[in-house]
Ligand binder design. Structure first.
Ligand code: TNX
Length: 543
């Protein structure tokens, strides 16, 4: 039988199996060394009850009790200092060593130590994962003794989540946050605006979210942020500008160069089809217009005021039909506005083309050779020629972006489509017709279909290979053009998200598939228990 630590995902940097077993019983004491740690302990007790049925006692400040769980923060803990601090940028602004932790399960009790609250919280997620795999009898858990020392190698590990192309409920977003927590990721990047809709209420700009449109109210957004913050996950909101702004322009046509708007088409596939029509012109926010800067300032101000994290994403991708000088001018001024509202700007890779401060944060997304061979990809042949042309222009210009990023000392968040996009279709056929129908429908067919093993082990520049880019973070990305339900979403996320979480956690060469496969297989019963639809890839042991 597999020992629970061998099933952890992400796998820890160091796990030492020890002699003996701890029986964790109902009512076991949970103690914290100081009261600031109570929220972490309370969340542990709450989650452990749901996940294992074991009801520990309410946490209190005090010394470790026999058979119980003791939690503390100790930045100078000798064992923790043996783990190298993370590299990169921390999304919350905390220190690079804040996420280190140790966990000791001994027959006498459990001891969790974090170098800060974030690390301590990770330790509780590891304990929960061990508990989920532990044999149970008469309501008690039999936890094999183990000592784990761990911490991420990369400080920024996120998911870029498109909540526009499909409108998710607040409860669904909370479930995604719980998945990020489980796999010890620490950034939820919310793509809130696009051609198909505007998903965040901005009270000063009511036309963005007319009655009946699906959007997050101020209260929804506050709930999402609070749920994430309690799990040491930072929300990075994205307002995508100056391209991908159709919804904003439909509400305020004066923002476009012509002062006119095209109607919003909520269905992303229909929106693509519209590009074939003669009278279609790509839209963008026009930086020559004062109205645009009033709008940007109001929106950025409102979003910044509701975001506790230090970062705000301005988009900047695929501004089709926009002259480069206008795009540059837009980016430079939008960054200034973000800074004036007390936040640090991030932009998709195209923003690296505008003059940048050293250390500017950019998110690299364009993979190598992203345009498929049209002859081999029937879907691609069906796209409007104008869209193919715009994509070809975007990708051709992107070839020199990495060099530019190096020249400008930009700090790079890696999200290259060929390694980080979870909307690439799955390559492996399933024998289950229902799964097969879903597999066929989901993912953008312009991307090559990928195997699960590819997601787990494909080389990532800066991880497996030396790279001159200053890689400070990694984000998986899920775009939802083909997604029609929460089940569709989780089908694309699972099992790939945890495998990418592992890549970011290690920020080095990929682990072997033999190492990963049992860890992944151990997740499936948990997803099933939680009612989450996933792709049971035959190669991953699924059925
Ligand atoms: C490109 S990735 C986009 C998105 C699409 C995605 C589909 C990026 C910055 N822009 O608008 O949804 O491709 O994978």
């Amino acid at each position: 039988m597999n020992h629970p630590p061998d099933l952890l995902l992400p796998a820890p940097r160091l796990a030492e199996k020890r002699e003996g077993i701890l029986t964790l019983r109902h009512g076991a004491a949970v103690t914290v060394a100081s009261p600031e740690m109570l929220p972490v302990a309370e969340l542990l007790v709450d989650r452990l009850l749901t996940e294992t049925g074991v009801r520990l006692s309410a946490p209190h400040t005090g010394a470790a009790a026999p058979g119980g769980i003791h939690l503390l923060v100790d930045p100078s803990d000798g064992a923790l200092t043996a783990i190298a601090p993370a590299r990169g940028v921390t999304p919350s602004g905390c220190s690079l060593d804040a996420e280190r932790f140790s966990l000791l399960v001994a027959p006498e009790g459990v001891r969790l130590v974090g170098s800060a609250a974030a690390g301590l919280h990770h330790a509780t997620t590891v304990l929960r994962a061990l508990a989920e795999q532990a044999p149970r009898s008469e309501g008690a858990l039999a936890l094999p003794a183990v000592r784990i020392l761990d911490g991420p190698a990369l400080a920024w590990r996120g998911l870029s989540f498109d909540v526009v192309r499909h409108a998710f409920s607040r409860a669904e977003v909370l479930q995604v946050i719980d998945l990020l927590e489980r796999y010890r990721m620490n950034v939820l990047h919310l793509h809130l605006t696009d051609e198909q809709g505007w998903r965040l209420e901005i009270p000063a700009r009511p036309a963005l979210t007319p009655p009946g449109s699906s959007c997050f109210t101020e209260e929804d957004f506050a709930t999402i942020v609070a749920h994430a913050t309690a799990r040491h996950i930072t929300v990075v909101p994205e307002i995508d500008m100056p391209g991908h702004s159709g919804a904003a322009i439909a509400a305020y046509p004066e923002l476009s160069p012509t002062g006119t708007a095209q109607p919003v088409i909520a269905d992303p596939m229909e929106a693509i089809a519209r590009m074939a029509s003669e009278d279609f012109t790509p839209q963008f926010l026009d930086p020559r217009k004062d109205e645009v800067w009033d709008f940007v300032d109001e929106v950025i101000g409102a979003v910044a005021a509701r975001t506790p994290g230090p970062y705000l994403h301005i988009g900047g991708d695929e501004a089709f039909g926009m002259p480069q000088d206008l795009h540059d001018a837009f980016v430079v001024r939008a960054r200034e506005i973000v800074r004036a509202h007390g936040k640090e700007p991030i932009g998709w890779q195209e923003t690296a083309r505008a003059d940048a401060e050293p250390g500017e944060l950019v998110q690299l997304w364009i993979g190598e050779d992203p345009l498929p061979d049209a002859d081999e990809n029937p879907f691609f042949r069906m796209l409007p020629p104008r869209l193919i042309e715009m994509l070809a222009t975007t990708f051709a210009a992107a070839a020199s972006d990495p060099r530019r990023m190096i020249g400008q000392n930009a700090r790079v968040i890696m999200s290259r489509s060929d390694v980080a996009y979870l909307d690439a279709p799955y390559a492996e056929p399933s024998t289950d017709p229902e799964v097969e129908a879903r597999r066929y429908r989901l993912g953008l067919p312009t991307y090559p279909a990928v195997t699960i093993e590819h997601a787990a082990t494909a080389p990532i520049p800066g991880f497996d290979t030396d790279d001159q880019l200053d890689l400070v973070g990694f984000e998986a990305a899920i775009w939802c053009e083909t997604v029609q339900s929460f089940d569709d979403l989780t089908f694309l996320l699972l099992p790939r998200l945890p495998l990418l979480a592992q890549r970011a956690w290690d920020a080095g060469p990929a682990r072997t598939w033999e190492d990963l496969r049992p860890r992944l297989a151990a997740q499936e019963p948990l997803w099933r228990r939680d009612g989450l639809t996933f792709f049971a890839a035959p190669s991953a042991g699924g059925r």
